[in-house]
Design a protein around this ligand. Sequence first.
Ligand code: GTP
Ligand code: MN
Ligand code: MN
Ligand code: MN
Ligand code: MN
Ligand code: MN
Length: 199
Amino acid sequence: MGECRALSRAEALQLAPPDWQHACHALLYAPCPGRLFGKFPLRFAALMQMRFDGRLGFPGGFVDPQDVSLEEGLNRELHEELGPGAASLHVTEDHYLSSHVPEGPRRVVTHFYAKPLSLEALRTLEDGATQAKEHGLEVMGLIRVPLYTLRDGVGGLPAFLSNTFIGNSREQLIHALDTLQLVPREQLQKAVTMTQKRP
Ligand code: GTP
Ligand code: MN
Ligand code: MN
Ligand code: MN
Ligand code: MN
Ligand code: MN
């Protein structure tokens, strides 16, 4: 997937319900010192989830009519999908990154946010995630994205990127890793090239 078009937040907000649905998802991440096997730098702990449909995606979801803003909808979804630990998260407009619409007939605008946390706060969130209302339902589990590449050039981030992702979440991940400088650009480009499906 990934046939979609970027648009500004202002343009996106013109696309009003009930014709259009809006959905918000967030990347939560924290600096993470240390090396795997004493060798590969972990860099950051960056969270995604295994969804009920077997695809990878970010926590978040549809903004419902009773949500007064995009961010209120996002924080409600984070609470449902990540548990009580998400109550102290407060993702705001300051964490907004991008909006996209699919090229096809589907009328869903997806908004994407990224919020840095301390490693301690992120670990608390992970510890409480199995208490979430949607644990075992919409969310099969929280995962960390491997941000290193092993010596074979495939293991780690390249292999991770060859999983199946919901919507344009793979593109959201790659873009965030680049703009937030969570992975050195050269290494990220190599990982993306490695996993590009060849005809
Ligand atoms: P329900 O309460 O069951 O409706 O689920 P939800 O509100 O949690 O919605 P969900 O997270 O599945 O996301 C809503 C829409 O956004 C779906 O149509 C997905 O196709 C799409 N989507 C889901 N996760 C992501 C994501 O991480 N990134 C992007 N871009 N889209 C996503
Ligand atoms: Mn072991
Ligand atoms: Mn949900
Ligand atoms: Mn969701
Ligand atoms: Mn929902
Ligand atoms: Mn739901």
